[in-house]
Design a binder for this molecule. Structure first.
Ligand SMILES: Cc1ncc(COP(=O)(O)O)c(C=O)c1O
Length: 364
């Protein structure tokens, strides 16, 4: 196998020791909190990583695209939640996959329910989640609305459909100013969902499962009473945003982008890690580390105190210091899920040696 020093750049490195530690820790955390773990595989889009999650206690996986669902199904994963509001133009595709594996779908509207009911041929029942808005306000039904209870009853009563339960995502944990604020969002997510489930049950509809989860919330939450499963995704790799939020330490970040200096200017260098390697995620507000901090070669696992990717264009990255052409650097992504989605493969590294290459299954 290759040494990192021989790799062509830009390259996405995945540190296997760190990944395995992250997966084991989250499995222990879910166990301690008394919930099942259904990791979100959109972070890695990679069957080998999902396989490690399965050996670390995952009872199924979550995906955000039908392509991911199909890829994981082809790799032997037969219990998948497509945790994205149903795309009406793809109901036929979704139902075809649901005939092969246990695929659960997510809706938050009567229009989606009607589209599903109209296309389903009544063979195998399809599990349907209702999306609830626990405070993020991106998508989902209001937790205390009549509409939520009514739709739950309708799903449960529709031939060919099975009501899976209610599902939410605490994405607003990413806007929290500090650990206490993250913890408050996590508790809000728990209590809003537990109350919503109680309301639906009081109306006579069984709610088999209550599903929550984001990586910051999972890192801070103290109780998950009333919740049956969690779906963190980013925790497999973490990133600079999670470091700033306090979900992890820099040595817990499992992916980095290897890049090299291609041009030295009086005040800066140009590297081959632009927006199509890093994504343009600006990272957490006020973190002051630009488009991604650089590692310090002198101190493995640590970030350099001042070096950073200061700006990005399509393929050019601007580093805030002039350096010799050919200098090799490593960047910590601001948002690992988006950075990973820029690459076709991981260079899997253990102890400084590249031990494998794993495909990243991009596509929708
Ligand atoms: C619906 C849903 N569930 C779970 C997750 C996982 O969240 P995180 O990446 O913070 O772990 C996401 C992430 O965007 C999501 O959209």
């Amino acid at each position: 196998m290759n040494s990192i020093a021989q790799l062509a750049t830009p390259a996405l490195l995945l540190d296997l020791d760190v990944l395995e530690r992250n997966l084991a820790r989250m499995a222990q955390r879910a166990d301690a909190l008394g919930v099942r773990l259904r990791p979100h595989a959109k972070t890695h889009k990679c069957p080998q990583v999902a396989e490690l999650q399965r050996t670390n206690g995952a009872t199924g996986i979550t995906v955000s695209t039908l392509h991911e669902a199909e890829v994981f199904a082809d790799h032997g994963f037969d219990d998948i939640t497509w945790a994205f509001p149903l795309i009406l133009s793809r109901v036929d595709e979704a139902l075809a996959l649901a005939a092969r594996i246990n695929l659960s779908l997510l809706i938050d509207s009567r229009a989606a329910l009607e589209a599903l009911a109209a296309c389903h041929d009544g063979s195998e029942p399809v599990r349907v989640w209702l999306k609830v808005d626990c405070g993020y306000h991106r998508a989902g039904l209001a937790p205390d609305s009549e509409e939520l209870t009514a739709l739950a009853a309708e799903v449960a009563a529709t031939a060919g459909l099975e009501f899976a339960g209610i599902l939410t995502h605490s994405g607003h944990a990413y806007d929290a100013a500090d650990r206490d604020a993250v913890r408050a969002v996590a508790e809000q997510e728990r209590s809003v969902m537990a109350d919503a489930a109680a309301r639906i049950r009081a109306a006579g509809v069984a709610v088999p499962d209550v599903s929550v989860g984001s990586t910051p919330a999972m890192s801070a939450v103290e109780s998950l009473d009333g919740i049956s499963e969690v779906r963190p995704g980013n925790y497999a790799f973490f990133d600079h945003t999670q470091c700033v939020l306090g979900s992890c330490e820099p040595e817990d970040v499992a992916v980095s982008v290897l890049t090299s200096v291609v041009s030295r200017m009086p005040d800066h260098s140009v590297v081959d890690a632009g927006a199509l390697a890093m994504s343009k995620d600006p990272g957490p507000a006020a973190q002051g580390r630009g488009m991604g901090p650089l590692y310090d070669d002198e101190r493995p696992g640590h970030l350099h105190p001042t070096l950073q990717l200061a700006a990005l264009s399509q393929e050019h990255g601007i580093v805030n210091r002039p350096m010799a052409v050919g200098t090799r650097l490593r960047v910590m992504p601001n948002h690992s899920c988006l950075t990973v989605a820029c690459f076709d493969e991981y260079h899997v590294v253990r102890g400084g040696t590249v031990v494998d290459r794993w495909k990243i299954w991009r596509g929708r």
